[in-house]
Design a protein around this ligand. Structure first.
Ligand code: ATP
Length: 200
């Protein structure tokens, strides 16, 4: 199966672009959504989290204690690395399982991940797409969507790899600046991917 990783900074619109691919019948694996789900459903991961961050990582009824974990990893790079070392391989396993159940008639699939390049998960893909948007537009979108302040969004942006660095690593691009049509850009990429998938 031909696999395409898709990423972009916070508020770039990667999920929005994925929805356009879904309309074309392309299955999308949303790594960040799956990561949240498996934090409670993947026993190997749950055991690892408890062993590393303590029993308090989960409530007595098995819910993730986000406050406890956030308190440990927020602003502590070494602890965040430990958490990622548990979560990323679990997401990779979930992705492999997901790919196995995809109908072979499907031409290609997308993997949407905020940390596609940071987590090395692009290495499990055959090519990649970077969604970009002007800084102020990303800021305004996230402030509106999440009802948060500019400073809160900027703090989240500062933790991400820069667009310049991601641009060097990506193979394909979608500019989601609300001036250029994302539908037209996706259709152009879709045609290229159908050809690449056929030759795969
Ligand atoms: P995150 O990394 O925070 O999950 P994202 O890159 O997946 O963000 P989206 O959730 O797709 O971004 O988009 C952020 C917000 O901007 C959403 O509310 C979405 O509806 C809006 N948005 C994205 N693209 C456009 C567009 N072209 N026109 C209008 N609104 C848009």
């Amino acid at each position: 199966m031909y696999k395409i990783g898709i990423t972009g900074g916070i508020g770039s619109g990667k999920t929005t672009v994925c929805k356009v691919f879904e309309v074309l019948g392309i299955p999308v694996f949303y790594a960040d959504t799956v990561a949240k789900e498996i934090m409670v459903s993947d026993q190997l991961l749950v055991d690892g989290v408890i062993a590393t961050f303590g029993e308090e990582s989960y409530t007595p009824d098995g819910e993730l204690n986000k406050k406890h974990l956030a308190g440990i990893v927020f602003n502590n790079e070494a602890e965040l690395v430990k958490l990622n070392a548990l979560v990323h391989p679990a997401v990779f396993r979930a992705f492999e399982e997901w790919v196995k159940q995809i109908d072979q008639k499907v031409s290609y699939i997308l993997k949407e991940a905020a940390l596609l390049f940071e987590s090395d998960s692009y290495k499990m893909c055959d090519t990649s797409i970077l969604v970009t948007a002007p800084h102020d537009l990303k800021l305004a979108r996230v402030m509106h969507r999440d009802q948060v302040s500019a400073d809160q969004v900027k703090a989240r942006m500062d933790k991400q790899m820069s667009d310049e660095e991601k641009t060097r690593m990506a193979d394909h691009f979608v500019l989601n600046d609300e001036k250029n049509s994302i539908i037209d850009q996706v259709l152009t990429l879709h045609k290229q991917f159908l050809i690449a998938a056929k030759a795969y």
